[in-house]
Design a protein around this ligand. Structure first.
Ligand code: GLY
Length: 392
């Protein structure tokens, strides 16, 4: 027997969604088929700058798929074909990007092709999108390094500065490989996921359950070498977005592999994250900072971790830990809706204010971010549609 949820629960499940949808609609009208930049500037998204032989507003960098990802979510939430049509045009463009070899020297092919193409395959059975995503998975596999058993994060594989380096964010790139194994029946992709996630579980999580942002392996011997940061405060501090990637990434890879140690890894990251949150549930940009530090928040970390807790709640439904994860997800998401979404919505092009891209480099500090917007909408979608099937 089904029951009608109490009004307050219905209101909670819808909170934040109308404003987010209105902003996406306005941004589609303003940008046409161009891609917004990684972050807002003074609250406004501009078309991304030209570079790497790609013109203004073109498809380069690691964040472009968050924009069609939001459009696919908006379509699922509303059934409005305007969102679907906008997303599908970007899917075609992602086919061109991988076919033409544009800006592919990155592990972020997982973020890019999961949200722009696996989404289109899952929702529409789009064969062109499936082929593009499989091609992207093959490019990603070229980055798998023996004997270390890791996927190198950044740069041309011949670049000595990046040799043997992976980063915690890479956990979110693994679902593309899991999907490729499912689609093709070829176990090589899933083997790479298993080995890479095991290396991260063993080395990128510190004994106190915080995470390094980046970690190096010796490319000749395969031995672990050292942790370091790129976007955090210090090599030995805990970059808050990295910790959030750890929560969601280990949880998703547990779902894919069934490895119980990945579930425990997600919880180690999650408990550390919760223990270092300020009262409103939205972290400072590095978890080394507390109240009175004057440090900026990173709302995008909160949006990512909300999805991570929702995933943990569904993985462990009916248990005490599952209930704790659901409570944490709701508390963090409620805080984002109440205190971090622009009010009125037209006062910014972002769905979520107060994100940080890269504070040490002074890039995108206290701005909206494309990934913060995407994960905020994913968390809202998961709450509004408990049957929602992740693109990951
Ligand atoms: N994946 C890059 C970042 O989180 O900034």
């Amino acid at each position: 027997m089904t029951t009608t949820p109490p009004v307050s629960q219905t209101a909670r499940s819808q909170a934040g969604i109308p404003a987010a949808l209105a902003t996406i609609r306005r941004n589609i009208d303003a940008l046409g088929d161009l891609y917004p930049d990684d972050t807002t500037r003074d609250g406004r998204y501009l078309p991304r700058p030209a570079g790497d032989g790609v013109g203004v507003g073109g498809n380069r960098g690691w964040t472009t798929s968050f924009w069609p990802g939001m459009q696919w979510l908006a379509w699922e939430l509303t059934g409005d074909p305007a969102y679907r049509d906008a997303a599908a045009r970007h899917t075609r463009d992602f086919e061109d990007r991988v076919r033409d070899g544009i800006d592919l020297d990155t592990h972020d092919l997982g973020f890019l092709y999961t949200l722009a193409c696996v989404s289109a395959w899952r929702l529409e059975g789009d064969e062109g999108a499936r082929n593009a995503a499989l091609l992207a998975a093959d490019h990603l596999m070229h980055r798998f390094l023996e004997p270390a058993g890791i996927i190198q994060a950044w740069g041309d594989l011949s670049d000595p500065r990046q040799a043997g380096r992976t980063i915690v964010d890479s956990l979110m790139n693994m679902p593309l490989l899991t999907w490729a194994s499912e689609q093709t029946g070829d176990p090589r992709y899933a083997d790479a996921v298993r080995r890479h996630t095991t290396q991260l579980r063993e080395h990128i999580i510190r004994p106190d359950h915080s995470t390094f942002h980046t970690f190096y392996w010796d490319t000749v011997t395969g031995e672990p070498v050292r942790g370091a940061t790129e976007q955090g405060a210090h090599d030995d501090s805990c970059w808050s977005r990295g910790q959030a990637w750890g929560v969601y990434g280990f949880a998703l890879n547990h779902r894919a592999t069934g490895d119980p140690e990945l579930l425990e890894a997600a919880w180690r990251c999650a408990d550390y994250f919760l223990a270092h949150l300020p009262a409103d549930g939205v972290p400072y940009w590095d978890l080394v900072y507390g109240d009175d530090s004057g440090a900026p928040r990173d709302s995008s970390s909160a949006a990512i971790v909300a999805c991570g807790f929702q995933e943990l709640a569904s993985l462990e439904a009916g248990t005490e830990r599952g209930a704790r994860a659901a409570e944490a997800a709701d508390r963090i998401l409620d805080s984002l809706v109440a205190g971090y979404a622009p009010e009125p919505a037209e006062s910014s092009d972002a769905l979520l204010l107060h994100g940080v891209y890269d504070l040490p480099k002074g890039n995108g500090v206290d701005e909206g971010t494309l990934w913060g917007d995407y994960f905020y909408l994913e968390a809202l979608t998961r709450r509004a549609m408990p049957e929602w099937r992740p693109y990951w």
